[in-house]
Design a protein around this ligand. Structure first.
Ligand code: ZN
Length: 262
């Protein structure tokens, strides 16, 4: 049986470039698709705007230079688990992406597209899922960079929060997972909803657990069973015409994993 561990139509020869803001974004928001493309023989490259050096409630004991190094190591472990190359680190400060002019950020992402020539680019949509301004900025840069190409690759954005169970989202607010007013996402026609199971889910959980500096408060709030429920749900949106065709191709013959057009 097929599973999201392999995605027909996105196998050998396909290159996916994922563009995120911080270490762990890839594991929460894109792990299923990234691992599926890699397991199907494709190449996956993961880029991050920065290293999330301010991602702590205790900066005295986790100073930025130390946390940047720790999180880089965690990200390397996660990408190895997902079968992805990288990380490509763009070097922007944590919390500072929205102060970078969009045209400059887009130029950096555009240089990655020119270097790696991806068939598919995966990033945030305009909402940034959690409302984090870094996520929103990276989503804007990536959309601009893709649109500026003579032959734009498929652009797929994550709309994961749209499929996260309401009771879990409510408890995620208690650990400040979202900015005020978020998530505000809803599924749209053409969105692909993925429920990970089996090896695909195990791979995603292993990638998430590669980020011990980050996941503790959410695991404690949700408990193991609901943390797994959260991890199992992903949603992807085709953000240009090329992506609609590519995501539809992903649906062919996928087997027991629930994967459908909304
Ligand atoms: Zn993030």
């Amino acid at each position: 049986m097929g599973s999201l561990h392999q995605v027909p139509g996105s196998g050998a020869g396909t290159t996916l470039l994922a563009v995120w803001a911080h270490p762990d974004d890839e594991s929460y928001l894109g792990a299923g698709l990234m691992a599926a493309v890699a397991n199907s023989g494709g190449r996956v490259i993961s880029a991050t705007a920065g290293l999330g050096e301010r991602g702590t409630d205790d900066p005295l004991n986790n100073p930025p230079h130390w946390l940047a190094s720790t999180r880089r190591h965690e990200l390397e472990q996660a990408l190895e688990t997902l079968g992805a190359d990288g990380p490509v680190v763009l070097g922007y400060p944590d919390g500072g992406c929205d102060r970078v002019p969009d045209r400059l950020g887009a130029r950096r992402v555009g240089s990655l597209i020119e270097e790696f020539r991806p068939d598919v680019v995966l990033s945030f949509g305009p909402d940034g899922v959690t409302g984090h301004p870094d996520h929103q900025a990276v989503g804007r840069w990536t959309a601009l960079a893709v649109a500026a190409q003579d032959r734009p690759p498929a652009l797929v954005t994550t709309s994961a929060a749209a499929v996260w169970p309401d009771d879990i989202v409510e408890r995620m607010h208690r650990v400040d997972a979202f900015f005020p007013g978020y998530p505000d996402d809803e599924l749209c026609a053409g969105d692909v909803v993925v429920t990970l199971a089996g090896d695909a889910l195990a791979t995603k959980l292993a990638a998430l657990r590669s980020h011990p500096s980050q996941i503790g408060p959410l695991v404690a709030e949700l408990g193991e069973a609901d943390y797994v429920r959260l991890a199992a749900s992903e949603a992807y949106r085709p953000a240009n015409i090329a992506a609609s065709a590519w995501l539809s191709g992903c649906l062919l013959g996928v087997g027991e994993v629930a994967l459908r057009l909304a």
